[in-house]
Design a binder for this molecule. Structure first.
Ligand code: HEC
Length: 265
């Protein structure tokens, strides 16, 4: 086999390790915010806003069996846009058949006051317009989960964005030393596979609610890969000394058993 080399972090210049560390630091914070975003947009869909359950995920993609789109939104991402008392009035109005009289008397003043900043049709044309009875009636329909155009939009953002993130993190992690090479390879390949399985599971869940568990499983595996790569990289960059016999090669070791050719770094 040819002599291919792998450079351990300790063989890299200080400046490169600083670039890597700062990148990991900011991406780590980014991951935490991504988790918060997942929490805010899903928790509460099932009526309990303190945690995320499989039921939350199921409702987000497959839709709620009983609620309308308006109710699902007001239990989930829109929950903090109005006080609970006003939300209860809207729910009662929906449950009693969403009449035009009820809209004029009770719902319109609330919506005008709390929702039109964003849902006036002009400030964000992608959001449902809620300026009239006819408009709001369009979201008082059975909640069938995320629409295909929404899923497609989020899919392409995730496919590009997350691949980019794992390209960076895995390229850094590639400089880590692990005794078992296959484990290192698994840790590198896994997150990329979970991007695909996560996104395909969204579409599957839209039709078969049981696939919500695949979304959760993909997310958990993605999180584990990210965390392991992050921690091992940071640790080996600053605190770890390579075993003696590897250090002799200046942190460079032949991967495929070729003769080690020490190079200046
Ligand atoms: C600060 C801006 C803002 C305000 C105020 C706001 N919304 Fe929204 N609304 C959004 C955004 C952004 C989305 C898309 C979020 C998403 O899909 O997670 C959205 C989504 C929705 C949806 C989901 C539509 C669908 O496709 O099923 C409904 C229904 C909704 N809002 C109703 C309301 C109501 C009712 C109020 C007032 C109580 C309100 N919103 C206040 C920004 C706002």
């Amino acid at each position: 086999m040819s002599s291919q080399h792998f450079y351990h972090f300790s063989a890299l210049p200080l400046s490169t390790r600083m670039v890597y560390s700062m990148t990991l630091l900011v991406l780590g914070v980014g991951y935490l915010f991504a988790m918060l975003q997942v929490f805010f947009s899903h928790a509460g869909l099932d009526g309990n806003k303190h945690d995320i359950t499989a039921e939350d995920v199921r409702i987000a993609y497959h839709g709620s069996g009983s609620d309308t789109r308006l109710q699902t939104a007001l239990k989930g991402p829109m929950a903090d846009m109005l006080p609970a008392s006003e939300r209860a009035l809207i729910f009662t109005w929906v449950d009693q058949g969403a009449s035009r009289e009820g809209y004029d008397k009770i719902v319109k003043p609330i919506v005008d006051n709390r929702c039109l900043a964003c849902h006036d049709g002009a400030s964000n044309p992608h959001l449902p317009k809620l300026t009239s009875y006819e408009e709001i009636a369009k979201v008082v329909v059975k909640d069938e989960g995320a629409t295909i155009p929404t899923l497609v939009r989020v899919s392409h953002i995730h496919l590009f964005g997350i691949t980019f993130i794992f390209f960076i993190v895995s390229s850094i992690f590639a400089h880590a030393y692990m005794k078992t090479l296959w484990l290192k390879c698994v840790l590198i390949v896994l997150p990329f596979l979970t991007i695909l399985s996560d996104i395909f599971s969204w579409y599957l869940t839209k039709w078969f609610p049981g696939f919500a568990w695949f979304i959760i499983g993909s997310g958990v595996l993605m999180g584990i890969s990210f965390t392991v790569q992050w921690v091992v990289s940071m640790w080996q960059m600053w605190f770890y000394t390579l075993p003696d016999k590897l250090q002799e090669c200046g942190g460079a070791l032949p991967i495929l058993g070729g003769k080690s050719k020490i190079q200046d770094v």
